[in-house]
Design a binder for this molecule. Structure first.
Ligand code: SF4
Length: 384
């Protein structure tokens, strides 16, 4: 059976203060050892799975667009040895200030790149400042031009809504500027500021948790109220529908044929292997994950295939992922996978919301209404 592969490249030029991904400084002395360990993990995971064909590959981070062509070449060799590499979609997450023709060409030639996901975040200088990003609007425009000039690549732009000081007018202007750039796909995520340190804080000596926590408290105090953010979300639905984008997942819009096949595997709760720092996998109903601390990750995989932290997946989690999609959840599929009692439990919990206008039922298929998309957490907490 073909599977999907996620490859985590944790390196970033700087740490964005709102970010909770597993990251590490691009200049870390452990960079080479990380990449060697990653190749080792790829070899061991591929062998363990019987060298399956890869259906989709996603290079995420961190900032995978920071990799040098020689590092991309080493990755290609590791992937070729471990897997049957004939994917239908290969995505590269890129930061606007790091993308150049040389790196883009290396990913294209060596790894069969088909899609670039550009972390624009905002097309307004105020927005990029409020998010403490290190790129400017000109970097975004230059990167979009670069991807377009390469030809034949599908382009996603990531935008963040609800940054400190953002007005609804500013958000609408951001969206309209983004649409004018003509991306094939847009992801619009509200700024969420977690107030607990994640494992990978230790990878950034000198930019420790106390200063990040202070930044987050200040930023949270300046964020728009929840009802303004809800209006911003409705603005996105209206403006992007008007521009021909289908709203296929709570935070994702695409032109026909440009939906992210890789991310659809996550939302449909399919099988994928995640390799690298803090990467998660879902295989045969079990979820497992790597450690998010750079030195620990290297140490564990250097000694052979470690016992990964893991837990069984469950019906509620599968239901929540499916409800994120416009196509929604078919409850009978839960029964086939987890048994009738688990499916009945999910159905009963969702039926408990009848009358709230959050869900639409068509036989055994259920999906979020527009109100449900706005208040999705109210639906999801019912299932947990
Ligand atoms: S560039 Fe992306 S992954 Fe890196 S710190 Fe910033 S938000 Fe996080």
């Amino acid at each position: 059976m073909p599977i999907s592969l996620y490859v985590h490249i944790p390196f970033c030029a700087a740490r964005c203060p709102y970010c909770d991904f597993a990251t590490a400084p691009a200049s870390t002395p452990l960079r080479d050892r990380y990449l060697q360990t990653l190749a080792r993990e790829i070899a061991l995971r591929g062998a363990d799975l019987g060298r399956p064909r890869l259906e989709t590959v996603y290079f995420g981070g961190g900032t995978p667009s920071l990799l040098q062509p020689s590092e991309v070449e080493a990755l290609r060799r590791a992937l070729d040895d471990a897997f049957d590499v004939r994917p239908t979609e290969v995505t590269l997450e890129a930061n606007p200030e790091t993308l150049d023709a040389k790196r883009l060409g290396a990913f294209r030639t060596l790894l069969g790149l088909t899609r670039v996901s550009l972390g624009a975040q905002s097309l307004e200088a105020n927005g990029l400042r409020a998010l403490a990003r290190t790129h400017d609007v000109a970097d975004v425009l230059r990167s979009v031009e670069l991807v377009r000039a390469a030809g034949g690549l599908s382009l996603n732009l990531d935008l963040i809504l609800g940054w400190p000081g953002q007005s609804r007018d500013a958000w609408r202007a951001d969206l309209e500027r983004a649409v004018r750039l003509g991306p094939d796909h847009l992801s619009c995520y509200p700024l969420t500021l977690l107030h607990e340190p994640e494992q990978s804080v230790v990878n950034w000596p000198g930019s420790g948790w106390p200063s990040l926590a202070r930044w987050r408290s200040r930023a949270a105090a300046g964020q728009p109220e929840d009802d303004v953010v809800a209006d911003m979300y409705l603005d996105a639905e209206r403006i992007l529908a008007g521009a021909g984008y289908a709203h296929y997942e709570i935070a994702n819009w695409a032109r026909p044929g440009h939906e992210s096949r890789h991310n659809l595997v996550y939302w449909r709760d399919g099988d994928w292997v995640g390799v690298g720092l803090g990467a998660h996998s879902h295989l045969g109903g079990t979820r497992s994950w790597n450690d998010g601390r750079l030195a620990t990750y290297i140490e564990r995989w250097s000694a052979g295939a470690p016992e990964l932290d893991s837990r069984p997946g469950d019906a509620a989690e599968t239901a929540i992922l499916a409800l994120r999609l416009r196509e929604g959840l078919r409850v009978t599929e839960l029964a086939a996978r987890y048994g009738a009692p688990a499916a009945d439990d999910v159905r009963d919990r969702l039926r408990g919301l009848d009358g709230a206008g959050l869900l639409r039922w068509r036989g055994e298929r259920v999906s979020l209404t527009r109100r449900g998309r706005l208040l999705s957490n109210e639906v999801f907490v019912r299932l947990v």
